[in-house]
Structures are given as C-alpha cells and as structure tokens.
Design a protein around this ligand. Structure first.
Ligand SMILES: *[C@@H]1O[C@H](CO)[C@@H](O)[C@H](O)[C@H]1NC(C)=O
Ligand SMILES: *[C@@H]1O[C@H](CO)[C@@H](O)[C@H](O)[C@H]1NC(C)=O
Ligand SMILES: *[C@@H]1O[C@H](CO)[C@@H](O)[C@H](O)[C@H]1NC(C)=O
Length: 491
C-alpha cells in the first residue's frame, strides 16, 4: 500500500482516475452516424508497389474490417503516381473500400501559395473519384501536423482556407496543439484526429521513478491496475471532444456533458495502435524510443473506444505499414520499401494482429461484439529481455525501455469455456481456465524459450496448438536492440 501511494505521488496519477472506472457513457445524439474504421497507410513505404500490391492490401484490409486507407503522403515526387494506383486499385476492387489523403505536414512545405496549390491539386484530382472517402457529402482530408502552416498568408486559418479555396472538404487534421485552442482556427477544422491518443504517451520512465517501478514489477507480474486503467485512457479523447464542442464521454460521473454538439457536422476521429518502437540513431532520423504497449494495450484501447462509440465517429488504426515505428499490422510485402527499419522489422510479421482488428472493428461499427465462431489465440512478445545488453548496436536502448516488462502477452478468443495453456518451455508453463469470449492472459518470458499456446477441453482434441517458429527469447547479450513485437496467431 505504501508503495502504491508513493507511486501515485510520483506519477501524479491520482486515485480519482482509478475510481472513475468503469467508463459510463453520455449519449451523443439521437441518430448515431455510421461508424468507420480506417487505417493509416504510408505511401512513402510503397515506392516499388505495383497495382496488384494495392489490390492485395485493399482486400486484406477489407477482410479485417477496415473501410478505408488514409494515404499519408510526403514530399517525394513519385508518391503522386502511387496515390493514383491506390485510387485505381480501390475502384477496381469492386468493393466499397475508400481512400483519403493525410498530408504529412512534418515534411510537406507550407510556406507559400504554391505549397497550398500542391495540396489543393491532390484534393481536386480525387474529390469526385468513386473511391474517395466522403463525409457529409464532402471529400475527406486529413493531416499529420500542420497547425502552424500559413501558406504565406497572415494566419493558420487563412492559410488552410487558401488551400481549399472554396472546394468543399471535410477537413479533419491531426494538429498537435492544445485542443482548447481549436476554436482560434476559425472554422477550418471540420473535426479532429487525436493521433497520440493511441498510446499512453504521458507514461515515461522519467515520470515514474525507476526504482519504484522496479519494486512494483517485483510485487505484481505486470503493471499495477491503476496504470493499466490509464492505458488507452479516454482522457485525451475527451480533451479533443471538448475542444471540438462535442459531448465528451463521461468518465468521471454519469452526468451528461453540458457541451452542445456543433451544428457543422464535426467529426471526431480517435486512434488505436498495437505497438510503438523506433530505433534510428542521430546519423539517420534520430528517433529512438518506445511508447508503452504492454498489458494488451491494443485490446484495451479498442475496448475503451467501443465503450465510448457514441462519441466517436471514426477510429483510425495506426498503422497499416509504418515499419519505422513498428506499428504496422499489414504484411511486409516483397514490394514494400522499408525506411531503413530492416534491423527490427525483418522476421517480425504482425499480421497476427489482424484477427483482433477484425473482431474489434466489427464491434466498434455495429455496437455489439461479434460471435466467436472458432477458438483462436493471438500472442506476442519482444525478442529479448529489457535488461539485455547489445554488443554491436550504434544506437542505445530506446528511451522509456524501463517501462516494458519481459512478458508473453496473449489474447484467447473462445467459443465456449476452455483450458488455455501458455508456455515458453516445459518448465515455464501456466494453465488458465477461461470462459467463453475474449480473455487477456500472460506469463513471464524465460531465456531460451519460444511462444506456445494450446486450447483444450475435456474429451476433445485441442482446437488450438500454435507455436512460434524462428523465435528464441534472449537474455544477457544480444547483437542489437529490438523492442519490436514477435506476433503469432493460430489459424
Ligand atoms: C471487378 O470487376 C471487373 C468487371 O466485372 C472485373 O474485370 C475485375 O476483375 C473485378 N476486379 C476484382 C478485383 O475482382
Ligand atoms: C448512468 O447511465 C446509464 C446509461 O445511460 C443509465 O442506465 C443509468 O441509469 C445511469 N445511472 C445513474 C445513477 O444516473
Ligand atoms: C481426435 O483426433 C483423432 C485423429 O484425427 C480422431 O480420430 C478422433 O476422433 C478425434 N477425437 C475427438 C474427440 O474429436
């Protein structure tokens, strides 16, 4: 208890956050709008793509419950040709799959009227394309960043107005700014994307005393429940909703939010992500950190978003193919172009997260969890201990590595009650008696082990018996640091 109290004092995570769980919801409007799940797609990683790759991505994404790709475009001139292929493929897929563009303003220039014209060109080219994602009858457009772009005008509001120049657009950017200041941008925003809501980014090693954290982890096998509840917290979603003048999800009380819904059809787009690890030294992109995704973040965050679906119009999955930050759920194709991320991506296929995506996307869109029609186990782990030391890595351990725990995380989806056994070797095994439905389970990793899950019922052959292949968990020395996840899913 003393430890818990010190922990709260140190982290500033007040017990009120704990008692606010479970989440209760305020009803937003009488006619809930159609919900969508979209996935961020880095066009920058598609230089070698041919039309068939786009067709394959689209059919695989659609099977996972994804309605549209959000095409992140940067400044490479070749990207416009890939965008054209993507639109052609979506149309040729003969499905309802759609696309919209996210202008990556961390790399696109936005200082002049010709910069505005370059963005407008993309919008007008695809505004009436059959595969364009539209909302409120308008073509949809988004950004990564861009809250200080003026495009050579005197202000951000005028700058973005000059981009659209009278073309109706549902503009839902990810502006990294205080949401209470959204109103200072006039009416250019027709909604907002909460990019960083996908991870508990305020949880850092600096915010949590390392020794206290270590003590906590020696007492409980994974994070304390107080921290667990902040994983995928709806706090930042509420800040965005309030900033947009939309009713918040009522986390603390059951009282209705007093905010009234804006009449202009504002959209709130929340985010979900399975992972985050990037490992670039100062000689390249100079990005070397993790965001904590342990303790089944992917499932927890989805469950929170589903509980709060009355307030959320669109969930954006981060991402389909951002290999550099390790949060891809799509395949690493022969024609994928990795941004020099091979060291931590090769051999780390994440498609095992797609069945979870499909399950949760269906629940978000329909409002009820789909029936589980076959037993399935999805599990994942890092390849080496957080305490391992790299012998030949020019880049140090990623910032916030201390937050991680050396654990095999698993989700069991069961058609009826069953026994699930997780093991990494014969001497490191645990058996769980689980109910029908979704269960989150875990066991500690052990040096030299692999990942193994079995689902059994008395008098029945095992319905699942799945093991990793090409994975050995390492302690002590490793050649290079890799905090990516090795993901395994049963058929
Ligand atoms: C879409 O329909 C057209 C015309 O029927 C057909 O030629 C094409 O093969 C279909 N594409 C896919 C991906 O099924
Ligand atoms: C809280 O909200 C739920 C869902 O709208 C409702 O059923 C319940 O009666 C409310 N409880 C109180 C104490 O107002
Ligand atoms: C278990 O599998 C074996 C071999 O396929 C089969 O002969 C047997 O009938 C199965 N038992 C049950 C209970 O399904």
């Amino acid at each position: 208890m003393f430890v818990l109290i010190s922990f709260f004092l140190l982290t500033g995570l007040m017990p009120s956050i704990v008692s606010s769980y479970p989440i209760r919801l305020a009803k937003r409007d009488v006619n809930p709008r159609t919900k969508f799940v979209v996935a961020h797609h880095m066009v920058g990683n598609t230089y070698p793509y041919i039309l068939q790759d786009w067709l394959d991505d689209i059919s695989q994404a659609q099977a996972a419950g994804i309605d549209a790709f959000v095409l992140n475009i940067g400044s490479d001139p070749w990207q416009s040709a890939r965008v054209a292929d993507a639109y052609t493929a979506a149309q040729q897929s003969n499905t309802s799959f759609k696309l919209f563009i996210s202008f990556d303003m961390s790399v696109l220039p936005c200082a002049s009227s010709s910069d505005a014209g370059a963005i407008r060109q993309y919008i007008t080219t695809y505004a009436s394309h059959p595969a364009q994602f539209t909302y409120n009858g308008k073509p949809f457009a988004s950004t990564f960043s861009g809250s200080s772009c003026t495009f050579g005008t005197g202000s951000v509001a005028t700058g973005w107005q000059s981009v659209f120049a009278g073309t109706p657009v549902q503009f839902v950017p990810s502006f990294f700014m205080d949401p209470t200041q959204f109103s200072t941008l006039g009416n250019i925003m027709n909604g907002a994307l909460n990019w960083n809501g996908a991870w508990p980014i305020s949880l850092t090693a600096a915010s949590i005393s390392r020794s206290i954290f270590g003590m906590m982890q020696s007492i409980v096998p994974s994070l304390p429940s107080s921290i667990l509840k902040t994983l995928g917290s709806l706090e930042t979603d509420n800040q965005y909703l309030a900033g947009l003048g939309l009713p918040t999800t009522n986390v603390a009380t059951n009282a209705s939010s007093s905010l009234s819904k804006r009449s202009d059809g504002s959209v709130y787009m929340a985010t979900v992500s399975p992972w985050f690890f990037t490992h670039y030294g100062p000689d390249t992109y100079n990005k070397n950190w993790i965001y904590l995704a342990d303790d089944h973040l992917y499932a927890r965050r989805w469950e929170n978003l589903i509980a709060a679906r009355d307030s959320i119009d669109i969930v954006q999955l981060l991402t389909w193919n951002d290999f550099g930050e390790s949060h891809y759920v799509g395949p690493v194709r022969p024609h994928s172009a990795q941004p020099n991320s091979q060291a931590w991506v090769d051999g780390y296929d994440h498609q095992g997260w797609l069945p979870l995506t499909s399950y949760y996307a269906a629940a978000f869109k329909s409002g009820s969890y789909p029936a589980i029609t076959k037993d399935q186990v999805v599990m994942w782990a890092r390849p080496h201990s957080k305490n391992a030391v790299a012998t030949s890595d020019n880049v140090p351990k990623p910032t916030n590595w201390e937050l991680t725990s050396d654990t095999l995380w698993a989700i069991a989806l069961l058609t009826s009650p069953a026994t699930v056994t997780l093991s990494t070797c014969p001497s490191n095994s645990r058996t769980f008696s689980l109910p029908a439905g979704v269960s989150k389970i875990s066991i500690p990793l052990q040096s030299g082990g692999n990942l193994h899950a079995v689902v059994s019922r008395p008098g029945q052959n095992n319905t699942v018996d799945v093991q990793s292949s090409g994975y050995t968990y390492q302690e002590g020395s490793v050649p290079t640091y890799n905090f990516n996840a090795f993901v395994v899913a049963s058929e």
